[in-house]
Design a protein around this ligand. Structure first.
Ligand code: SF4
Length: 475
């Protein structure tokens, strides 16, 4: 019997919905959710890949020990024995992919605290989603997050960076809004020409930090009221700008009744400057932050006790960590500039969980087949998703694997219920001074990489490399 189930794309934070059709527990079709009031069923090329992800012939379906297929009991026992052997010295660590559900990320935090010790969990966000999200919680104001619908109705939209590349569905919404009425404005602030800037009515190339500071000064000069009491400080610290593009853009942003700033960046300072622009411009202005990882915001808000992936890798390199679990991400391919394979050789034991074969797996003693978000229940990007299909073979969600490992180590982990999220800190004078000081420093722009190749599991991404080409051709 044909069954239709809705789910959401997690290949960026736009969160487009779609329908997967199954017959006898086999995913047979991807349908556009045409009645969807927000997207009308539209998906970008990445979103169109959902059926391929589920059915890909390279999916891992059985646990393995040293290349030999085993059952879960053996794989868990072998790994828990290794963890227990190293526990006295606390020299074990875990790296979890940023495509986890909130519950699975919280379970990983609990697992690290209970079974490994503090400072042993890193969550992998290749594109700096985590630093941007942390920055936004330091300098934001509640209830200013825009949705896709807000973008579609905006009479003045400012994009920072290149959001059309990360979340192409945004382009449709922005352009619909831009052409809805003559005089609507779409401005882009970016360091160079890109896919997004080609559609701009006002575009200014240059240092994005500097341009955002200038924009902040313009909105402070032109907006009414001073709810946050920051205008005096802004005028004191940021010189008035003569840049006509920025002045025009700032004036329109303040004047338009439904302005939205779309932020695509890996730089926490730009994120805070953009948040300051929205905060100071007026209570009706909104911010839409585009993350490469669909659930980055949810994970960053829920999980606090993490270290960076680089800290874990450095600890392995220096012999401080001798046992490592890597779930859902290909760190060999995903950390540019370091010879990760050589570092992993220093480990006594490596367990790798992944939905597909990948290069990190080549160094693993134990391999766990893992489920995709489409095959698990959990909170992703603020939505409670149900699986559209069972995971293939013996594949399990990250959280189930960690609970089994903890149990084998004599520590039962509870099922995690996400807690209410703390409201972000309101932007204040002290934070603004720090932001503006940092904004004066010119930092090199990150190398432009395809967001497709940066997403989540390197194995997954190598399987969808063709999309990168397809997208480039399309643009
Ligand atoms: S825009 Fe983002 S969420 Fe929408 S289909 Fe594309 S990758 Fe998925």
């Amino acid at each position: 019997m044909l069954v239709q189930k809705k789910s959401t794309c997690m290949l960026c934070s736009v969160g487009c919905e779609f329908i997967i059709e199954t017959i006898d527990d086999e995913a047979v079709n991807l349908e556009y959710d045409k009645d969807n009031p927000v997207t009308g069923g539209v998906l970008c090329a990445k979103g169109n890949y959902m059926l391929e992800l589920i059915n890909h012939p390279l999916r891992l379906i059985e646990p393995q020990i040293n290349g030999k297929v085993v059952d879960w009991n053996e794989a868990i026992r072998k790994t828990s024995d290794e963890l227990l052997a190293h526990r006295e010295k606390s020299d074990a660590g875990i790296i979890l992919a940023g495509d986890a559900s909130v519950e699975d990320a919280k379970t990983a935090e609990l697992f690290a605290e209970t079974c490994l010790g503090t400072g042993r969990l890193a969550i992998y966000f290749a594109t700096g989603d985590d630093t941007v999200q942390k920055a936004l919680t330091m300098a934001s104001i509640p209830n200013r997050a825009a949705g896709l619908n807000d973008i579609g109705k905006s009479t003045c939209t400012i994009a920072v960076g290149n959001p059309f590349e990360v979340g192409p569905v945004i382009a449709g919404k922005v352009l619909k809004a831009r052409y809805a009425r003559r005089g609507n404005i779409f401005g882009v602030i970016s360091n160079k020409e890109n896919m997004t800037s080609r559609f701009a009515t006002i575009h200014h190339y240059g240092n994005e930090r500097k341009l955002l500071s200038q924009l902040l000064r313009v909105v402070a000069d032109r907006s009414e009221g001073d709810e946050l009491g920051l205008k005096k400080l802004i005028k004191e610290l940021i010189p008035a700008t003569e840049n006509p593009d920025v002045v025009k853009l700032g004036e329109a942003f303040v004047k338009s009744p439904s302005s939205v700033l779309i932020l695509e960046t890996q730089d926490p300072v730009k994120a805070q400057l953009a948040s300051a622009v929205v905060s100071v411009a007026g209570a009706d202005k909104r911010l839409f932050c585009v993350n490469t990882y669909g659930n980055a915001k949810g994970i960053c808000e829920a999980v606090k006790s993490t270290v960076s992936v680089n800290e874990i890798i450095t600890a392995v390199d220096h012999g401080v960590i001798k046992t490592l679990i890597v779930l859902g991400t290909d760190i060999v391919k995903g950390i540019p500039g370091r010879n990760i394979e050589a570092v992993l050789e220093k480990l006594d034991f490596l367990a790798v969980g992944a939905p597909f074969g990948n290069e990190t797996k080549q160094s693993a003693n134990v391999i766990f087949p893992t489920a995709l978000w489409l095959e698990t229940e959990g909170i992703y990007n603020g939505k409670h998703l149900q699986p559209v299909i069972d995971p293939p073979g013996a594949a399990l969600p990250y959280g189930d694997i960690l609970r089994q490992l903890a149990e084998a180590m004599g520590k039962a982990l509870p099922q995690v219920t996400p807690e209410p999220v703390e409201a972000p800190q309101q932007l204040n004078e002290e934070t603004l001074r720090v932001i503006l000081k940092e904004s004066m420093e010119t930092v090199p722009e990150p190398a432009v990489q395809s967001t497709v190749t940066q997403f989540a599991d390197g194995s997954l991404t190598s399987n969808i490399q063709w999309l990168q080409l397809q997208e480039r051709d399309a643009w």
